[in-house]
Design a protein. Structure first.
Length: 278
């Protein structure tokens, strides 16, 4: 027995083991002959015809599973072996079905399932050396596979941690972006309010005199007041009302003086001649 090789129990039930003179047995017999010739398509056709007549025929299910196994259709083979062990009426039939079910799992490298299938086969026939060998081989492969599984779990954990960190960083970026957007919006709002206050301030400054102007208006310069009280000097070539009045008074006085002199001469007069007597 070569270590590391899977011993496959491909057991073709003889139609004599299921002795019934019927169409079902004839179809199973035809299928067995096709398998001997490695004509798996014809064999599958014959076993399916038998199952159409008797869906729970253990021999037909088991042999159809073997045909799928030889044709490397492992999913379909496992289904047929599983059905065969469920409808099997003897321990020997169950043993054979579980044994080949374990072989399917070994091909698929599902070693944990293979170990369980061989265990079930040994429960029904503990003395079968081929099953014992396959069981030991499946356990060895399973034990050797555990470190990679642990490594895979660690890798998955690292990937998950990395993904969580990435998600956290993205959430933080989103929050920072939202905060920046909010700050910008607040800043813009403050800027608008500042501009509005500035415009209002300028408007008030335009409407109201400055403090210096107010002070000047409230406390006028004494010199300015004196200048207001003093008569303004007449412009060159223009007489002021006071000058005109003075000039008129001087003219009147001069005229009066002249008149007075004239009157005085009249009073003193000159000698007048008498009236002529003609």
């Amino acid at each position: 027995m070569h270590k590391g090789s899977i011993i496959i129990s491909v057991l073709i039930f003889s139609t004599l083991a299921w002795a019934q003179d019927s169409k079902i047995d004839n179809r199973i017999y035809d299928g067995n002959k096709a398998v001997e010739k490695e004509n798996y398509v014809a064999a599958e056709k014959s076993y399916r015809e038998a199952l159409s007549l008797a869906p729970e025929k253990t021999a037909a299910l088991f042999n159809l599973g073997n045909t799928h196994f030889q044709d490397e259709k492992y999913d379909e083979a496992s289904q047929r072996f599983f059905q065969a062990q469920k409808v099997a009426s003897s321990k020997d039939e169950k043993h054979r079905a579980f044994h080949n079910l374990g072989n399917v799992f070994m091909k698929e490298k599902q070693y944990q399932k293979a170990v369980e299938a061989y265990k079930n086969a040994l429960r029904n026939n503990p003395n079968d050396e081929e099953t014992r060998y396959n069981y030991a081989l499946a356990k060895e492969l399973l034990d050797n596979e555990e470190p990679p599984q642990e490594q895979e779990q660690e890798d998955n954990k690292d990937k998950k941690d990395q993904q969580d960190q990435q998600d956290q960083n993205e959430d933080q970026k989103d929050q920072e972006g939202d905060q920046d957007q909010k700050d910008n919006k607040d800043q813009e709002q403050k800027g608008d309010e500042g501009d509005q206050e500035k415009d209002e301030g300028e408007s008030k400054e335009g409407d109201e005199p400055k403090d210096e102007e107010k002070d000047q208006n409230q406390n006028p310069n004494p010199n300015d007041q004196q200048q207001k009280d003093q008569p303004q000097a007449p412009r060159q070539g223009q007489l002021s009302p006071q000058q005109i009045q003075s000039l008129l008074e001087a003219m009147n006085n001069q005229e009066k003086s002249v008149q007075d002199k004239v009157n005085a001469k009249q009073i003193q007069g000159v000698k007048t001649r008498g009236k002529k007597d003609w």
